[in-house]
Design a protein around this ligand. Structure first.
Ligand SMILES: Nc1ncnc2c1ncn2[C@@H]1O[C@H](COP(=O)(O)OP(=O)(O)OP(=O)(O)O)[C@@H](O)[C@H]1O
Ligand SMILES: [Mg+2]
Length: 302
């Protein structure tokens, strides 16, 4: 069996001429938090809808828990809890009643209700009608609905969208405890890099329907190596001299950028730069934002 609990191959979806999801190969390891990052319209929700079999794919395949979603849809989806966009619930009923309706529909034991209410920390408000809930509480109820069947996989589309900092922190802690204490695999989408960075073990970046990066979050951070930034009076000549000696150097707005690597020592670099009157030297570590912009090649932020 595959080491990945969710694995897609060449997954593609078109709407008319537009390719919304373009041959993506997702690899989601079991028991981890996988952040699916992309700007508005990148294809996150479309991908998630296909993973949940809410819409069909045009090409490619989806394997979940080692089984084909096309062949074993029902058996697989029994193990998957999800929240896509806003949760739906009866506003005039309490959280407990809402969960009771769902658990009866699914034929689940009533004890699951108090367990999941506890998990999402709604027990003190369980008997209040949902219409008085804050946005964060409604979102937690949505996650409780997803958890009631005790899934092995939780798929959440933009779970922190619209929440205030305290609400975001609650959801973040909830995801971490579900992953660490219950071993649930969490696949969550977001357009906010810092959000994915703060809790994910793995990250997949989707841009214009294409998966442009997928790996451990540390691998993304590795790209954020420290570089020396050097300003000289003669940047073009200095650039040519360094390049001619095999230095990995980039010239950007008259600034020389040289990664601090095993390659050329700093002493060698400065020896080569001597004829070009160095004015200023500093160390520059790219943030994840910088890396993201490098990867996507876009000026727009996420
Ligand atoms: N039902 C549909 N009909 C036509 N086009 C669609 C449909 N659903 C999605 N699209 C298009 O597919 C692309 C991807 O949309 P999708 O909703 O998957 O993006 P997203 O990454 O979830 O964006 P957001 O951050 O705004 O939620 C967009 O260009 C969108 O307009
Ligand atoms: Mg979306």
């Amino acid at each position: 069996m595959s080491e990945y609990i969710i694995e897609t191959s060449g997954l593609t979806r078109r709407f008319g001429e537009h390719v919304s999801v373009d041959h993506i190969d997702l690899r989601v390891p079991e028991g981890k938090i996988y952040g699916f990052l992309g700007a508005n319209g990148a294809g996150k929700t479309t991908t998630i809808r296909m993973l949940l079999s809410l819409i069909h794919s045009d090409e490619g395949s989806i394997q979940i828990m080692g089984r084909s979603l096309r062949r074993d849809r029902e058996a697989i989806l029994r193990n998957v809890g999800s929240l896509v966009e806003s949760p739906s619930y009866y506003r005039h009923l309490s959280a407990y009643k809402n969960l009771k309706i769902i658990s009866e529909l699914m034929g689940l034991p009533e004890r699951n209700i108090s367990e999941v209410l506890d998990t999402v920390r709604l027990t003190p408000y369980a008997q209040q009608t949902v219409k008085g809930y804050s946005l964060g509480m409604k979102q937690r109820l949505g996650i409780a609905q997803a958890l009631i069947r005790k899934p092995r996989i939780l798929i959440l589309d933009e779970p922190i969208n619209g929440l205030d900092p305290a609400g975001i922190q609650e959801i973040r802690n909830l995801m971490l405890s579900l992953s660490h204490e219950q071993g649930i695999t969490i696949f969550l989408s977001s357009h906010i890099l810092s959000e994915i960075q703060s809790i994910s073990d793995y990250v997949g970046i989707i841009q214009n329907g294409k998966l442009i990066f997928q790996d451990r979050i540390e691998e993304l951070k590795k790209n954020s190596q420290t570089r020396l930034s050097i300003i000289t009076d003669h940047p073009d000549e200095a650039y040519r001299a360094l390049s001619a000696h095999g230095a990995e150097v980039e010239l950007k707005n008259n600034e020389l950028l040289i990664p601090i690597t095993e390659g050329m020592s700093q002493a060698e670099i400065f020896k080569l730069l001597q004829p070009y009157s160095v004015q200023h030297v500093s160390e520059h570590t790219a943030s994840l934002e910088d890396i993201f912009l490098q990867l996507t090649g876009k000026g727009e932020s996420l």
